[in-house]
Ligand binder design. Structure first.
Ligand SMILES: NC(=O)c1ccc[n+]([C@@H]2O[C@H](COP(=O)([O-])OP(=O)(O)OC[C@H]3O[C@@H](n4cnc5c(N)ncnc54)[C@H](OP(=O)(O)O)[C@@H]3O)[C@@H](O)[C@H]2O)c1
Length: 278
């Protein structure tokens, strides 16, 4: 039962806030069971406490014994220090989740106790409105019950997918970086609309509803995206003209290159981080 657990966020930045906000809005657990701490910015802690009714404490005042789940939410470069200072305070039965990009479960395990249960989490910024596509990958000591508890907890910020850690880079290329691709798409929808005499603000609303509607179709209907596309493409019609232009300008290849480029960069950053940290 997640409702009775105590969760401590180590890190009080934008990702921690998005997750806290989701958990409170989804009524996942009482605000008093969420504790947040950071390195030194007390003003930020007071702000989060006032806004969400959670408890904030300075790091050295955190009573680690009463915590069931720790969520690491600092920058990846601060992981080593944070994990090393957590080790003397933490027991084997306590769970450690990390949202830190590029920090592997094996690296976390190496800095904590043997048998420590750790889970790597990759949310995206749509957590802010509880619409994240979040991946989780358990470490080698993590029990299935812990995975299920984590899925339940993170369902507060959107959909949760259990993936092999080897797939974290491609997941990052699709979902971690993905929102930006659609923002970029929208920038071009607005630009085209303006050139054709439509107010860009109106175009933004129309474009966003169109993307949302297409996303819902793909999630709720049985047809594949290919079938859905064929269904709306009459020979010689407007959609066919649009798709011809997309093909002519390499729209499909551009999208694949974006995903593969982001995935490659994710792999490079992970390698660099583990090297710096080891
Ligand atoms: N933003 C995204 O879309 C996204 C998506 C997926 C994953 N992430 C991951 O989320 C993490 C946090 O990102 P963010 O944008 O929220 O960062 P941020 O706004 O810079 O916040 C970092 C927080 O960590 C605290 N901190 C640093 N060292 C600490 C320690 N040893 N113990 C406790 N707290 C410590 C900082 O405290 P002070 O302010 O007091 O120094 C600050 O509150 C990153 O690792 C990132 O990879 C972000």
């Amino acid at each position: 039962m997640i409702k009775t657990r105590k969760i401590a966020f180590l890190g009080a930045g934008s990702m921690a806030e998005a997750m806290i906000s989701g958990m409170i809005n989804a009524n996942k657990l009482p605000a008093k069971n969420i504790i947040v701490t950071n390195r030194s910015n007390e003003k930020r802690l007071n702000e989060l406490e006032a806004k969400y009714g959670i408890t904030s404490v300075r790091r050295h005042e955190l009573n680690t014994k009463e915590i069931d789940v720790f969520i690491l939410a600092m920058k990846p470069k601060d992981a080593e220090q944070a994990l090393s200072s957590l080790k003397p305070d933490i027991q084997k039965h306590q769970i450690v989740l990390s949202v830190l990009a590029g920090i592997s479960t094996s690296y976390m395990e190496s800095l904590l106790h043997d048998d420590q249960q750790v889970i790597r989490v990759m949310p995206n910024t749509s957590s802010m409105i509880q619409q994240s596509a979040t991946a989780i990958s358990p470490g080698q000591n993590t029990a299935m019950d812990t995975v299920l508890l984590t899925k339940d907890l993170l369902s507060a910020i959107g959909e949760v997918y259990l993936i092999d850690e080897k797939q974290m880079d491609i997941f990052t290329g699709i979902a971690g970086s993905g929102p930006a691709y659609f923002y970029f798409l929208m920038e071009h929808i607005e630009k085209a609309a303006k050139e054709e005499g439509l107010d860009p603000e109106v175009a933004r609303q129309i474009g966003a509803q169109t993307i949302y509607g297409a996303a819902r179709m793909m999630m709720e209907r049985e047809e594949t995206p290919t079938q859905l596309r064929k269904n709306v493409t009459s020979p010689n019609g407007t959609t066919a003209a649009g798709l011809d232009a997309l093909a002519k300008y390499g729209g499909g290849e551009a999208m694949m290159a974006a995903i593969k480029g982001a995935s490659k960069r994710s792999k490079e950053l992970s390698t660099q981080l583990q090297k710096v940290s080891s």
